[in-house]
Ligand binder design. Structure first.
Ligand code: UDP
Ligand code: MG
Length: 313
């Protein structure tokens, strides 16, 4: 992409059934970008297979505002995939991702933009200091952050959502990823880009219902865990190791019992054979998991390294 085609800021807004929120979202975004006196910017709405009037409202906005762009996905691919569809089309020197339901205050974009321009960070993320969500949402989110950081070597900051701004280096890294089921929050910090934080209060959803069903949340968490942790694939080896310890203790017990004559005939051999074969089974399972896991990592085609800087030639 030629630099002349770049705009100062791209605002990516994934929408799924947001007909009741888009108008206010657009107005508040518009007021915010005006304050920034940008040379050029774009607001990219990604309609993630909405079943309501979301797309026709986006088309109306496009008619009155040349900064508006729209991408309509064929069906509901999910929040993360919608964001990635937007990223591929971003021409911004800086790109920001924001929810359309007004839980992420659009006014904060001013602060995000000014901060990333004056700061040498590649990413500025928003961290929720309070969130006006249901008890269920809060508790599942806390468990998710805890479990993720426990299992994964890539650590994500607590209560940091997808509401963030980043530079073109981060954008091009994200656009070069080929893995399916991308988990933005993990992927964006995986290369070790410089990240800074802005703390904010997360509002209630303005109107409409959350597009995240329980099964979508479950799917999202599994993608995050399996995509960033080797622990599940090592489970067989761990069980194998624990069984071996168990076997050693009980083998000792079985042999002592055998030599003290205090035993039903045949028990020792059956017991030892069962445990031994189980260890063997789990060992082979472990080997298969390890290979399958490596194939899984391989086919995701994640780059092996990311260059921080190159010297001019
Ligand atoms: N969203 C989407 N696809 C989906 C679900 C949600 O594009 O399958 C959008 C939604 O319109 C909103 C953002 O992603 O702009 C966050 O979703 P939501 O508010 O439903 O999630 P919650 O705040 O409940 O986690
Ligand atoms: Mg929401």
């Amino acid at each position: 992409m030629k630099n002349s085609k770049l705009v100062s800021l791209s605002i990516l807004a994934p929408c799924y059934n947001e007909e009741k929120n888009i108008n206010e979202f657009y107005d508040r975004i518009n007021n915010t970008v005006k304050k920034l006196s940008l040379q050029n910017y774009e607001i990219i709405f990604i309609d993630d297979g909405s079943e309501d009037e979301t797309w026709s409202i986006i088309k109306e906005k496009k008619l009155i505002d040349k900064h508006v762009k729209g991408i309509k996905l064929q069906k509901n691919f999910g929040h993360q995939n919608a964001i990635f569809a937007g990223l591929k089309n971003s021409k911004g020197t800086y790109t920001t991702v924001i929810d359309t339901d007004l839980q992420d205050p659009p006014e904060l974009i001013e602060k995000l933009y000014n901060k990333i321009k004056t700061n040498n960070a590649n990413i500025i993320s928003c961290q929720r200091s309070t969130r006006k969500d249901s008890f269920f949402k809060k508790i599942t989110a806390s468990i998710f952050y805890y479990m993720f950081n426990l299992l994964s070597k890539t650590k994500i900051k607590k209560q940091v959502s997808d509401f963030k701004i980043f530079d073109r280096k981060v954008l091009s890294f994200l656009n070069n990823l080929e893995e399916s089921d991308p988990f933005l929050r993990g992927l964006i910090v995986w290369p070790g880009f410089k990240e800074d934080i802005i703390v904010f209060n997360r509002d209630k959803r303005h109107k409409g219902r959350s597009g995240w069903s329980i099964s979508k949340m479950f799917d999202f968490s599994l993608n995050a865990f399996f995509g960033f942790s080797n622990l599940p694939m090592r489970l067989s080896f761990i069980i194998c190791f624990l069984l071996s310890l168990f076997f050693l203790i009980f083998a000792l017990y079985a042999l002592i019992s055998y030599f003290s004559g205090n035993i039903v005939r045949g028990w020792t051999s059956i017991f030892l054979i069962i445990v031994l074969f189980n260890i063997f089974n789990f060992f082979i399972l472990g080997l298969i998991s390890e290979y399958t896991g490596r194939i899984y990592l391989e086919i995701k085609k994640r780059p092996r390294y990311v260059i921080e800087e190159t010297l001019p030639d």
